[in-house]
Design a protein around this ligand. Sequence first.
Ligand SMILES: CC(C)(COP(=O)(O)OP(=O)(O)OC[C@H]1O[C@@H](n2cnc3c(N)ncnc32)[C@H](O)[C@@H]1OP(=O)(O)O)[C@@H](O)C(=O)NCCC(=O)NCCS
Length: 178
Amino acid sequence: MTELHVREWHDDDLPTIGRLHAVSRHHAYADLVDPVALARVSPASQEAVWRARWAGLRDGAAQGRPYVSLLAEAGALPVGFAVAFVPATPDDRAGAELNALHVLPSHHGTGVAQALMRGVVDALGTWGVTRAHLLVLEGNARAEAFYRRAGWVLRGPAGTHDVGGAEVPVLRYELRLR
Ligand SMILES: CC(C)(COP(=O)(O)OP(=O)(O)OC[C@H]1O[C@@H](n2cnc3c(N)ncnc32)[C@H](O)[C@@H]1OP(=O)(O)O)[C@@H](O)C(=O)NCCC(=O)NCCS
C-alpha cells in the first residue's frame, strides 16, 4: 500500500490546493449546489480563493492567531488537505474554526480524512482553545457522518455559504477539546 504522509503546506502548494478543492467540491456538491454556480468552481478559482486566505492566515499568525495548513500525500500524489485557525473575532462558543477538510473522491474511505483530522486536532490541542466549530453544507451526509464519528456535535442551521456565487444553507458542528 502507498505510504501516506501529512505535512504542512505553504504558498508554493497553492496550485495543488486549488485543484484538490475544485475536484472535491464538484464531487461532493453535485446534488447540493446549482450546476451553473458549481461550474464556476475551477482549480484556478479555488487557487485564487486560497491565495487570499493564505495571506489572511499569515497576517493572523503575525498577530498571534495560530493556524494549521495540512496536505496529505499518498506517495507523491496529493490526496487531501485541511485548514484550521483561530478567527479574528472568535465567538464565545468556539475558539477555533476547522475551515476546510477535503479528500479526493478516489481516496474516500481510506483513512486519509482521519489522518488529516488527527493532525488538525493535534494542532488545536496546542493552541489552548476549548472548542472548535465548522460549517458543512446541508445535505452533505457523508461529511456529517465523518464529523460525527470524529466527535463533532451538530448545533443547528448557521445561515448560508457562497459556492460559485450561490448561497447554500450550512449547518454548524462543534467539537469540545477539553
Ligand atoms: C468529508 C470527507 C473528508 C470524509 O472523508 P471520508 O474518507 O469520505 O470519510 P470516511 O469514509 O472515513 O467516513 C465517512 C462516513 O460517511 C459514511 N458514508 C459514506 N457514504 C455516505 C453517504 N452517501 N451518505 C451518508 N454517509 C455516508 C461512511 O460509512 C462513514 O461513516 P462511518 O464512519 O460511521 O462508517 C470526504 O468525504 C470529503 O472530502 N468529502 C468532500 C469534501 C467535503 O465535503 N468536506 C467537508 C466540507 S465541510
